[in-house]
Ligand binder design. Structure first.
Ligand code: FES
Length: 216
């Protein structure tokens, strides 16, 4: 009796039970397909956009400090921009005894100490980077002056671009240490691209204080 009543009810609305189940099934498949497409689009969208940490930062070359000048802070990119030239040495940047070649060019240095990850800063009075946590010190190019940092500061990849954003030069990796070398800028360079998604670990060269006999 109840069965007969249900059939009558379904028939009275114009949809049979079988049709109703088909609709539910079709809706489930459509929902699943839409979800899969959404996940695919989310996966294909770049995680880090330009100007966002993890992505590229495009800066005018006029943002560069003068050779061996004080580093230029980029808080959003979490890097220091430095312009190095040991052929014009000063208190900030000079050629050490174990550095046979001049160090010249642009580097982008990660703002996190290689010891335990504190944020260090530039100390103008001492012309070097100093970490407030345990006292590590670094030269303008990120090389260690004093421990306990186990290695030099990490660097990001730098590209020199012209006004149309064509790539003119890219920082290469030191074959010995794998660190991004300072990039010498070609004459037509208008923009710099700092890729904060491409970071190389600093090298563990000897401490600079060991050359001057001033290690604590
Ligand atoms: S975290 Fe910088 S010296 Fe320890």
């Amino acid at each position: 009796m109840a069965r007969a009543t249900a059939s009558v009810a379904a028939g009275s609305s114009g949809v049979t039970r079988r049709e109703f189940l088909y609709y539910i099934w079709g809706a489930s498949i459509a929902l699943f397909t839409a979800q899969s497409a959404g996940f695919l689009v989310w996966f294909l969208i770049p995680r880090f956009r330009e100007g966002e940490f993890g992505g590229k930062f495009i800066l005018p070359v006029t943002d560069l400090p003068e050779p061996n000048g004080e580093p230029r802070d980029n808080p959003a990119g979490r890097f220091w921009l430095v312009n190095l030239d040991t052929t014009q040495p000063n208190l900030r940047m000079f050629q050490a005894q174990d550095e046979p070649e001049p160090i010249q060019g642009v580097a982008a240095i990660y703002k996190v100490c290689t010891h335990l990850g504190c944020i260090y800063s530039w100390t103008p009075a001492n012309e070097r980077f100093e970490c407030p946590c345990h006292g590590s010190k670094y030269r303008l190019d990120g090389r260690r002056i004093e421990a306990p940092a186990p290695r030099a500061l990490d660097r990001f990849k730098v590209e020199a671009l012209d006004a149309d954003r064509n790539v003119l030069a890219v920082s290469s990796e030191d074959p010995r240490t794998g660190v991004f070398l300072p990039l010498a800028l070609p004459p037509n360079t208008t923009l710099l691209s700092i890729d904060t998604g491409k970071r190389n670990l600093g090298s563990s060269e000897p401490l600079l204080c060991s050359f001057t006999g001033t290690c604590p």
